[in-house]
Design a protein around this ligand. Structure first.
Ligand code: FDA
Length: 309
């Protein structure tokens, strides 16, 4: 990555946490172009998109957007929304599970309440035969997020997993322990701004670590989601599973709604399990800005959309 791209990415990731810019952006709603990455502001709109994906043989994970809540009442209403979401998945018969963020559930305000909200959602999901993915946020929450999952597992609630980020130096050790515990994990490169003291600053090192972690997991046989749009990594996974005779049933590819859609469809046609991460809701701003930071060309896509109006 050249210096200007790095700087651009860093500015965008800083803006992702800026409340003033967020309220300005929300005024213009999804019209600004966020609808490329966000399935809608309502659950009904999101379910419609999942229906379209399911028809193409792609399953989904639904994310009701929200993070870093400032009041516990907000976290409690997010919990209610997830319970409703799980019910709707059951009622509609769609192939989807759910993803949520710990700080959306109040983890940073009151860890006990955050745990209780997530625990209630996991219990409800279990009663419906469904699964909950706890997304991984920035590094102040890594330990607490892993701990949340472990506490659920200790109670026999194994229908919950979390995410490991390849950019963190600690991830290799986390993967070893969590694999021994049988935890269902999603592996990603990592989407937040992290200091070089704890995270690989160079993309090529992140990629090399990502491959190491994927290989370790696929060899272990513990169910793994490989979440990436990187075709080099995806092709490498395809060769790896052929060489090592890894069963297709032990992993899935995951990609984000609106990103590399033809590739998602192609992998599904080739017989791989593909899950699309489908975010929806009013709180789309930080999610949207992280997507822009991942690929500066996305900013030009948005600008073009604005000019066309
Ligand atoms: P990379 O960024 O190298 O991109 C490879 C290629 O994919 C690019 O060249 C481009 O063509 C395309 N691409 C990637 N991002 C794009 C975008 N936004 N728009 C258009 N094209 C794009 N992170 C995290 O920290 N915690 C989490 O819980 C999750 N959860 C998660 C779930 C799922 C299903 C996915 C796919 C990703 C995440 N992530 C995440 C995000 C992840 O950490 C990472 O930031 C992005 O996936 C981008 O990295 P890639 O692996 O796609 O590779």
């Amino acid at each position: 990555m050249d210096v200007s791209t790095k700087l651009f990415r860093s500015i965008l990731l800083t803006l992702a946490g800026n409340r003033a810019v967020e309220s300005l952006a929300l005024k213009y709603g999804l019209r600004l172009g966020a609808s490329k990455f966000v399935a809608g502001e309502t659950l009904e709109e999101a379910l419609e998109q999942v229906r379209v994906l399911n028809r193409k043989g792609i399953v989904a994970t639904l994310d009701h957007l929200g993070e870093g809540v400032r009041h516990l009442s907000e976290a409690a209403s997010f919990q209610e929304e997830y319970l409703r979401l799980l019910d709707q998945i059951r009622i509609t018969g769609l192939y989807a599970n759910v993803s949520l963020k710990p700080t959306q559930m109040g983890l940073s305000l009151d860890p006990k309440a955050g745990y209780s909200h997530i625990h209630n959602i996991v219990i409800h999901a279990k009663s419906l035969g469904n699964f909950v993915r706890i997304d991984m946020e920035n590094s102040p929450f890594t330990d607490a997020t892993i701990e949340l999952m472990r506490r659920c597992h200790a109670e026999g609630l194994t229908n919950v997993g979390t995410v490991i980020q390849a950019y963190l130096y600690r991830s290799e050790e986390d993967i070893r322990q969590l694999t021994a515990e049988g935890a269902n994990l999603r592996l990603v490169k990592g989407a937040y701004k992290e200091p070089r003291a704890i995270a690989y600053p160079q993309l090529r090192d992140v990629d090399a670590n990502f491959k190491r972690l994927i290989a370790y997991r696929l060899r272990s046989g513990v169910y793994t989601a490989v979440a990436t749009h990187d075709e080099n990594i995806i092709n490498w996974v395809k060769s790896f599973i052929n060489e090592e005779r890894i069963p297709l049933s032990s992993f899935e590819f995951q990609m984000l709604y609106g990103v590399r859609t033809p590739l998602q469809e192609q992998l599904a046609r080739e017989g791989y399990k593909v899950r699309c991460y489908v975010p929806y809701g009013r709180k789309w701003y930080p999610y949207f800005v992280r997507r822009l930071a991942e690929r500066p060309a996305n900013v030009w896509f948005i600008v073009k959309n604005m000019v066309k109006r």
